[in-house]
Design a protein. Structure first.
Length: 511
């Protein structure tokens, strides 16, 4: 089924004011308006930040996809009424991104009236169709073939009233990455939800607790502090050197998961698999690790078994062991692991942002670390988690994420958008994949009164053929893959390998 074609043409302010379909106001009327849809005033029109502008570069025209499963059919009128009272009060969702005509392609936010009919798309679907799950998968994948027209605010919500294996209906948000990073956008969407058990209450998101160290005496406390500072500086220096080496020449091994040049322009296939969060917590508690350590270990195990199968195509399957398998030696496979560097403002702050100004930090405030996955077969499945914990503990004792953020900002300000795009493109093309793990609500929530069955966020438009996101929700963990089918022709098999890896690790704990 065809989806609305997105136009890539960029227009001047005059052309957009006279031609845009989502607004009926003239330039004069716009200047007379102090507030439009609760958004920016005319005096507050401002240029896009360098980070937001970067996402309009051809090799980084990125979109965030958020798939929401509903336990009931979705009433589009109720959703539209809810959007008017929540999301449309946020300035970015009721503003155009207008090119001002400078040679650097500078753009600025211009408030506009929003016609929800251009943003909320409700296709007429056959409720008795064959293979509804395949239809939904194809529909969402087709979204990656199009762009959102710049003549309207860059977001869409597709409401698909078709029953799948996991939900009675689905809502699919597509939001241009220039509106904000995944953390702020997902938090804002959750700020539009309420607990089903308490319709007046916002979702509860767990907060990571920082463990403090206890020392037996003053001398050992000072010694531990000096030693810790030394390792922090050393780890940061090593990581920064690796960052620059990766920018210049250090490339990952050419594996089946590595994307071909131009993969950022290829359509993507989005698939997901829901597993038990309780199983992950069982492993976490037994091994005294974190949930992030466990999902990284599961990912390493799943990728290792998947790659072993891909390298063994055409060979007799005799079972893989640590000493005998199909994997090449010393595979370098790294992920750009996104890290939110903002102090967490919480969902309440973002909910308040839709009513009034707050101190919540909006925009794209992400650093990233280069995380190596050790692709190998382990006879003991628990070794995957132990190795992941050791790596992530070392990364925690480094300012790599903070420095990569500031380095990117410095390049943007000193050398411009084009130079920043070149640096970012090299980092991503010299690595293999992207990874993120997002913490979700602890209790069941409703999206404008529609109870949600699952959440599945992902992203496309960046130069990776393989992206994996983990999203927790109540007692579930949803694994979301975004793949270029030329590199990963069987994403459902990869989901099977990830699910089976979690089972093997959990069984090893039980035994």
């Amino acid at each position: 089924m065809d989806v609305a074609e997105g136009l890539r043409s960029r227009k001047t302010l005059k052309a957009i004011v006279t031609e845009r379909s989502c607004s009926n106001i003239t330039t004069t009327e716009m200047k007379q308006q102090k507030v439009v849809n609760g958004g920016l005033t005319e005096e507050e029109e401002e240029p896009l930040s360098p980070s937001a502008r970067l996402f309009h570069e051809p090799h980084f025209n990125c979109y965030i996809i958020a798939i929401m499963g509903s336990k009931t059919k979705i009433n589009s009128d109720v959703v539209k009424a809810g959007l008017v009272n929540t999301l449309l009060k946020h300035p970015r969702f009721c503003s155009l991104q207008v090119e001002v005509g400078t040679k650097d392609g500078e753009m600025k936010w211009v408030p506009t009236k929003v016609n929800l009919e251009n943003h909320v798309i409700v296709p007429d679907l056959d409720p008795n169709m064959d293979s509804p799950d395949q239809f939904v998968e194809d529909y969402i994948s087709n979204l990656s073939r199009t762009k959102i027209d710049l003549s309207k605010p860059l977001w869409e919500l597709h409401l698909l009233n078709v029953k799948t294996a996991e939900a009675e209906a689905l809502g699919v948000f597509r939001i241009h990455h220039s509106l904000g990073d995944g953390t702020s956008l997902m938090s804002l969407l959750l700020a539009c939800t309420r607990q089903t058990a308490n319709p007046e209450a916002l979702p509860t998101i767990p907060v990571t607790k920082r463990s403090g160290s206890k020392n037996s005496g003053r001398f050992w406390g000072i010694f531990a502090a000096i030693w810790g500072f030394f390792w922090l500086v050393w780890n940061t220096l090593v990581d920064i050197v690796m960052f620059f080496a990766t920018t210049m020449f250090l490339k990952d091994t050419e594996t089946p998961l590595k994307g071909a040049p131009g993969v950022e322009f290829a359509p993507k296939r989005f698939v997901h698999r829901t597993v038990s969060l309780d199983d992950i917590k069982l492993v976490k508690n037994a091994m005294n690790t974190t949930i992030n350590d466990v999902v990284l270990g599961v990912t390493t195990a799943g990728l290792s078994h998947y790659m072993n199968r891909r390298y063994g195509e055409g060979k007799k399957d005799e079972g893989a062991t640590e000493k005998k398998n199909n994997l090449p030696k010393n595979i370098r496979l790294r992920s750009t692991l996104l890290v939110n560097i903002r102090p967490s403002g919480g969902i309440q702050a973002l909910a308040d942002m839709m009513d009034e100004k707050t101190d919540a930090k909006w925009g794209n405030l992400l650093g990233y670390v280069l995380f190596p996955f050790t692709i190998s077969i382990r006879d003991n499945p628990l070794d995957y988690v132990r190795e992941a914990k050791a790596l992530i503990d070392r990364k925690k004792n480094s300012y790599e994420a903070l420095y990569t953020y500031f380095i990117s900002e410095i390049v943007l300000k000193l050398f411009g958008i084009k130079a920043a795009a070149v640096v970012s493109h090299k980092i991503l093309t010299h690595t293999t994949m992207s990874f993120s793990n997002v913490v979700g609500p602890l209790e069941e929530i409703g999206f404008y009164g529609h109870p949600m069955a699952f959440l599945a966020p992902t992203v496309y438009g960046h130069p990776h053929a393989f992206t994996i996101n983990y999203q927790s929700y109540v007692n579930k963990m949803t694994i979301v893959l975004a793949v270029d089918e030329n590199a990963v022709p069987d994403p459902h098999q990869l989901c099977d390998d990830l699910e089976e890896s979690l089972k093997l690790i959990k069984d090893a704990i039980v035994k």
